[in-house]
Design a protein around this ligand. Structure first.
Ligand code: AMP
Ligand code: GLY
Length: 421
């Protein structure tokens, strides 16, 4: 089979590598790919934003399946567009993708089906929102409705911060805002819970905990993710049953009632409060770097799982996992998530020799005349499987030392809640 993947970073390199192990995959294509995917796939430079250009390439090259990684294209309706051309595509359609594309859409589903989530209000203008924050306790959480690439959420400790958040959102900092969400602050510990579904069958796709903040101790600015570990220390059978019964199943049912079948990965960002799950947000894709952390544990053929999902035969497929711990450390360009230099040579990357439990997934890298350059904020993801989180992290640090790259930095405390207790 010929399989294509729409790529944005390390998550898709991990998907690509898992697919490359499948006997059924003859050729892989990445749009546009990076220096890592270039080793196992054909990198194709075309403008994915132009769905027509992509369609032409897929049809003329007889690509049998296309996997969509990033949320933006899903929310823009790439699945509906390609399915109309009879192209097999993995990912949720435009309506289902509203679960990530509109926080208000998701909150309305939560309300209708009694899904546990933070109490909330929706406000259509500045004065209504300002009136509401007058009489509320802090902290309060203020959110833009649409996609904001991990930004657009203000945790406000006082009225001044809340007023600023409301002003910036309505002024269009995260795109045109018709309304705003204000919600109660939930005190607990976060967990990422993943499933894959064809709309009929729901299968667990593991748990993880990511570290979104740039500085050690989970401080500083939010980033795309500085590292993760899997499984989450919070998961247990009782909690998992509650997540499925109270959150995931009613959501899939709710979409069905509005005429939509959810197909693809679904990522629930949860706050766990005394072993009770609350939904913070949905993402209609795998997490990044959670995907890089989870996929090395997969002990089944990823292509079989994805095809079964596309064909609504997920019930026939068994998803097996290695009983190991996994930890991922993300290496970033100095300055990220603010300004950083681009096109910086990573000169000792060839010195990295990985054993069978070690992985190095590329994100913002490019190859030029045989050399590998950092071109993005998040550059490389080092992942290690082990029976022990601490051993996994030590092995990753040993790999990073070999790299000897002074243009980069990483957090040395990834997994501190399961290691440095
Ligand atoms: P979101 O983009 O909705 O996932 O929010 C980004 C981050 O803000 C989450 O990962 C949480 O750390 C935090 N957050 C969002 N909503 C809440 C809430 N209601 N209570 C506490 N923290 C929240
Ligand atoms: N790890 C957070 C995300 O993928 O959105």
């Amino acid at each position: 089979m010929k399989v294509g993947i729409i790529v944005s970073g390390g998550r898709e390199h991990a998907i690509c590598q898992a697919l490359s192990k499948s006997k059924k995959v003859d050729e892989l294509y990445c749009f546009p790919g990076n220096a890592g995917t270039a080793l196992i796939a054909k990198n194709i430079a075309l403008n994915v934003e132009d769905f027509n250009e992509l369609k032409k390439f897929l049809l003329s090259n007889k690509i049998n399946l296309i996997i969509i990684g990033p949320e933006k294209y899903l929310v823009d309706g790439i699945v509906d567009f390609l399915e109309e051309q009879n192209i097999k595509v993995f990912g949720p359609n435009k309506i289902a993708s509203q679960l990530e594309g509109s926080k208000i859409f998701t909150k309305n589903i939560c309300e209708k089906y009694n899904i546990p989530t933070a109490k909330f209000g929706i406000f259509e203008n500045i004065s209504e929102a300002n009136k509401f924050i007058e009489k509320n306790n802090y902290p309060l959480v203020i959110k833009a409705d649409g996609l904001a690439a991990g930004k657009g959420v203000y945790i406000c400790n006082n009225k001044a911060e809340a007023t600023l958040g409301i002003k910036e959102i309505f002024e269009g900092k995260f795109g045109k805002a018709k309304n705003i969400l204000i919600e109660e602050f939930l005190e607990g510990e976060e967990m990422s819970y993943f499933i894959i579904t064809d709309g009929k069958t729901i299968k667990n796709f593991e748990t993880a905990q990511d570290h979104k903040r740039v500085l050690e101790g989970d401080l500083g600015k939010n980033t795309g993710g500085m590292g993760a570990y899997s499984p989450s220390r919070l998961i247990n059978n009782e909690l998992e049953k509650k997540i499925l019964k109270k959150i995931i199943e009613p959501t899939i049912k709710g979409l069905k009632e509005i005429g939509t079948n959810y197909k693809g990965f679904l990522y629930a960002g949860l706050m766990i409060v005394k072993n009770e799950p609350f939904l913070i947000e949905y993402n209609v894709r795998m997490g990044d770097p959670e995907c890089q952390t989870i996929l090395p544990k997969l002990n089944s053929d990823l292509l079989d799982i994805i095809l079964a999902c596309c064909d609504e035969k997920l019930h026939e497929t068994e998803i097996k996992w290695l009983n190991k711990k996994s930890l991922c450390v993300v290496l970033c360009s100095k300055g990220y998530p603010e300004q950083y230099k681009k096109n910086v040579l990573i000169k000792d990357i060839a010195k990295i020799k990985l054993d069978s439990d070690e992985y190095c997934y590329h994100a913002g890298t490019a190859k030029n005349e045989g050399k590998i350059y950092a071109i993005g904020g998040r550059v490389l993801n080092f992942v290690c499987l082990s029976e022990d989180f601490s051993k996994a992290r030590t092995k990753i640090f040993d790999l990073i030392k070999l790299l000897n790259w002074d243009g980069g930095f990483f957090r040395k405390d990834i997994g501190y809640k399961v290691i440095d207790k």
